[in-house]
Design a protein around this ligand. Structure first.
Ligand code: NAD
Length: 276
């Protein structure tokens, strides 16, 4: 049973001032956060969590703006957000995304590079070249491209914090997911590399490595494998899958000053799955 803040309806720290003006409070007040893959699942939960803590949020996703409900949810709770349609696998689109974030909100403090796709489930010899290229290009290259354009902006400002969404599949083997596992293992390595490169420049770079999370991606895995949520939850000692909010809380903690001495860490958020 999930308790506490998890699953609660979002409300942001909007303090209503005279003349109808809102001023954000909270640990990210005055800060700007960017989340990719933010129209669904973990990214949506992360965008809402950044907003709840007072950040202005740049919501990026490949879907049309009309299909995004994250921005309206943030605004309905009193927060500030913009949507930027972006394919993270395309350098030109990621460059425009960072430009729009800075043009709109003036800075970029936190980035959660979360967009990713799983591709088909097939053993190594049956993985197609098309699937390999598509998964690596979106899931791994997308994270690197985001960092490529986020880091110069953070350097200009004197610092920032980045969290990339990897997976337990980047830490241990998963039969049937050669491209996805390679992409997620690659994210762990680009996270460590960037963490070392920018450690003295005030930029911390970490990764979250979720186990099973109740999102549309998990539903696709269920449809493809015929497994139930209970069977997927049985992979970890806590015997359940996570709510997306449980991954979001880890991501925003890694970005927060509470994690000020934490960098280069691929943090499992997996109910103990990889510690078995
Ligand atoms: P999801 O499918 O619900 O959300 C992914 C979002 O990314 C969607 O909104 C989608 O439109 C967007 N997206 C896809 N391709 C994109 C692109 N090229 N550019 C921009 N946006 C794009 O899945 P989720 O479970 O929320 O997954 C989020 C991240 O978490 C992924 O990187 C995934 O690999 C990782 N993850 C998920 C689980 C899980 O069990 N759900 C476990 C471990 C890791």
């Amino acid at each position: 049973m999930i308790s506490g803040r998890i699953g609660k309806q979002v409300s942001t720290n909007c303090v209503q001032k005279r003349f109808g003006r809102c001023e954000m409070t909270g640990r990210f007040a005055g800060k700007v956060a960017l989340v990719t893959g933010a129209s669904s699942g973990i990214g949506r939960a992360s965008a809402l969590a950044f907003a709840r803590e007072g950040a202005k949020v740049v919501v990026a996703d490949i879907v049309d703006e009309e299909r995004d409900e994250t921005v309206s949810a943030i605004k309905a709770a009193g927060g500030e957000a913009i949507f930027v349609q972006t394919d993270v696998s395309k350098a030109a689109e990621v460059e425009v995304l960072i430009d729009k974030a800075v043009q709109t909100f003036g800075r970029l403090d936190y980035a959660h590079n979360n967009a990713g796709i799983e591709g088909i489930i097939a053993p190594t010899a049956d993985c197609t070249e098309e699937n390999w290229d598509r998964v690596i290009t979106t899931t791994l290259k997308g994270v690197w491209l985001c960092m490529k354009y986020e880091i110069p902006q953070m350097l200009k400002q004197g610092g920032g914090a980045i969290v990339n969404t990897a997976s337990v599949a980047g830490l241990i083997g998963f039969p049937g997911l050669p491209a996805y596992g390679a992409a997620k293992g690659g994210i762990v390595q680009v996270t460590r590399t960037a963490a070392l490169e920018y450690a003295t420049a005030g930029i911390r770079v970490n990764a979250v490595c979720p186990g099973g999370v109740r999102t549309p991606m998990l539903q696709r895995f269920k449809d493809l494998t015929g497994q139930t949520e209970e069977q997927m939850g049985a992979l970890d000692p806590m015997q359940r899958v996570a709510a997306p909010e449980e991954i979001a809380e880890a991501a925003i903690w890694l970005c927060s000053d509470a994690a000020s001495f934490v960098t280069g860490v691929p943090m499992p958020v997996d109910g103990g799955q990889v510690t078995q």
